[in-house]
Ligand binder design. Structure first.
Ligand code: PRP
Length: 192
């Protein structure tokens, strides 16, 4: 049965299917497991979009691992304004093998800032794993150890990526129709 998701009508093309995501996440999880064999990992994601990838990825890694979360004020479309940590990690990372897990890297400014903060805390290693890489938009070059898909310079929704804070729950990655907009305000589901 085909599932329906509220707001899905603004989707134009599904560019990465749920199945393709599942398969790629399993491959990346396998690579991480092999390359860090015999070690424990700390997976860190930047709220909020990376949560979905993190949840699926950590279940494809056969190693002892722990999770932690950060949030920062946005770079507001890569304009390069002041940025600050709005939620810091709960635990120290000194001596830990750390992988920062992202849903998408665009300009690279967010991750560049996160990595500079984390490096100062002396992890044993610090790697980047991103599901999507919009590399044509990169401003800051970053070392990416694990990459799911290279994506075009289009506005994307689903699997953590939002439009006006919604549509993160779509199980696929999609483009939206030009001038797409969701109805204002919270979606209200009338009582049956
Ligand atoms: C997205 C994504 C990255 C960042 C990448 O987060 O999760 O953190 O943008 O963009 P950059 O490479 O140009 O810095 P966003 O700011 O949309 O917040 P969200 O995760 O809460 O949706």
């Amino acid at each position: 049965m085909t599932r329906h998701y509220a707001g899905e009508e603004i989707v134009d093309h599904i560019i990465i299917s749920e199945r393709a995501i599942d398969e790629r996440v399993a491959e990346i999880g396998g690579s991480i497991t092999r390359e860090h064999e015999g070690h424990a990992l700390r997976l860190i994601t930047v709220l909020r979009g990376g949560l979905f990838f993190l949840c699926d990825l950590c279940r494809q890694i056969d190693l002892p691992l722990t999770l932690d979360f950060m949030a920062i004020s946005s770079f507001a479309g890569g304009s390069g304004g002041a940025v600050r940590i709005t939620k810091d990690l709960d635990d120290p990372i000194e001596g830990q093998r750390v992988i920062v897990v992202e849903d998408i890297i665009d300009t690279g400014l967010t991750l560049n800032y996160i990595l500079s903060v984390l490096r100062q805390r002396r992890p044993a290693s610090l790697e980047v794993c991103t599901l999507l890489d919009k590399d044509v938009r990169r401003i800051v070059d970053l070392p990416i150890a694990y990459r799911g898909f290279s994506v075009p310079d289009r506005f994307l929704v689903g699997y953590g990526l939002d439009l006006d804070a919604r549509l993160r729950n779509l199980p696929y990655i999609a483009t939206v129709h030009e001038d797409a907009a969701l109805p204002a305000g919270p979606l209200v589901v009338p009582d049956a």
